[in-house]
Design a protein around this ligand. Sequence first.
Ligand code: PEP
Length: 243
Amino acid sequence: MKYIIANWKMHSNYAFVQDWGQTFVNALTSQKVEVIKNAAQIIISPPFPYIHDLMSATADQSESIILCAQNVSHHTGAGAYTGEVSAEMLKDIGCQYVLVGHSERRAMGDNDLLEQKLKNVLEADLIPVFCVGEPLEEREAGRAWDFIANQLSLLKNIDPAQQLLIAYEPIWAIGTGQTANLEDIEEMHTQIKAAYNWPVLYGGSVKSSNAGKLLASSVIDGALVGGASLKPDEFLSIVEAAS
Ligand code: PEP
């Protein structure tokens, strides 16, 4: 079973969600839903305001689509935290997963908040998708694994029985069209898997034309897809590549 996550980032509007949901549901229905469902967990991560709209737009296939939030507050409980969204709220509206540590959020200052975010997500009984990835200069200097191992160290006190996904996303491959080469990805995934027991997904310019090759690898447990997830047919082709 592979995990295929669509990360819409800060894209979409109400019309987009209706259209995406309808196209996706039609495509899913016309293909063998059971086959696809057995091969892949389809996880969609819209911006906060559209999570419920996507639920409604995909209600016909609600069992095939799992919701993920792109972010969560580091604050706990409820309180005077204007603009923040708590893990409990995400659980309450039906999310199952939350992205934690995406490189785009790390670049916005999230690094110091990640330990608390992970805690909040786990305490709310949600599943973190913990994202790690090295910048190009670290890879070129031969320090990619050291960099990733350091980012992963936040997971060292988490019970291995806890559900969690790791997404390996080299920063230089995100949104650039430049996928890391398969050997490098497999080497990194093998190292991560030797240290942690959770599934490891790859992210970085995954599209229908490279998904088959990537997802055929036994050490790649799925894909985190940004740009290519905005086109439902393209995203479904990636899901199909997992089958
Ligand atoms: C991402 O959003 O995590 C991502 C990998 O984006 P893209 O597929 O566009 O590179």
